[in-house]
Design a protein around this ligand. Structure first.
Ligand SMILES: CC(C)(COP(=O)(O)OP(=O)(O)OC[C@H]1O[C@@H](n2cnc3c(N)ncnc32)[C@H](O)[C@@H]1OP(=O)(O)O)[C@@H](O)C(=O)NCCC(=O)NCCS
Length: 147
């Protein structure tokens, strides 16, 4: 069965939250932000979401169901989310990760000291309370060609 990546629908929220929980990612603060899902039939097998703060985007909730990892879905979701961020006018993307700082450099993300993250992004639920202080912040300049 083919897997399609596209916008999340309201009714996907429960499945996305379960996927995040199963992947060890924070669920707090997700609702109300644009999200993408990888869908196989009616089942959600992957997610990515964006919090948009003017010209800055926080990429979050990139997760692929156990058993479906290593098939390129995480890459597809990340690229589509970054394309959506550009479409919405973001010029910079940030993320926080504890376990995947080896995954995101392939899209151009580089570690960035937290104080260099714009204040509006640092004020997000993900930064303030959902992700532990030990999580690494990463940055991507969205105005330099897509990968
Ligand atoms: C990170 C994650 C989204 C990757 O999804 P995926 O569908 O397996 O990724 P892809 O199939 O597109 O890419 C696989 C490649 O990424 C690498 N990779 C996957 N997870 C990685 C990680 N945590 N750290 C470093 N590299 C990773 C694989 O080794 C593989 O490398 P290769 O192409 O050189 O063989 C998935 O492992 C996941 O859901 N992890 C738990 C949640 C998480 O940590 N999310 C990121 C924080 S927002």
């Amino acid at each position: 069965m083919s897997t399609r990546v596209g916008p999340a629908r309201g009714e996907d929220l429960t499945e996305i939250l379960a996927l995040l929980e199963g992947s060890g990612l924070p669920r707090e603060g997700l609702e109300g932000h644009p999200a993408l899902v990888a869908r196989e039939g009616e089942r959600v097998v992957g997610s990515a979401a964006l919090e948009l703060y003017g010209s800055s985007a926080l990429l979050r909730s990139v997760a692929v169901a156990d058993g479906r990892r290593g098939e390129g879905l995480g890459g597809r979701l990340t690229r589509e989310a970054l394309a959506l961020a550009r479409e919405r006018g973001a010029r910079r993307a940030y993320l926080l990760t504890q376990t995947a700082d080896g995954f995101f450099p392939r899209f151009g993300f580089r570690p960035v000291p937290r104080p260099e993250v714009p204040e509006e992004v640092r004020d997000s639920v993900e930064f303030v309370s959902a992700c532990p202080g030990s999580a690494r912040a990463m940055f991507l300049n969205l105005t330099e060609g897509a990968r």
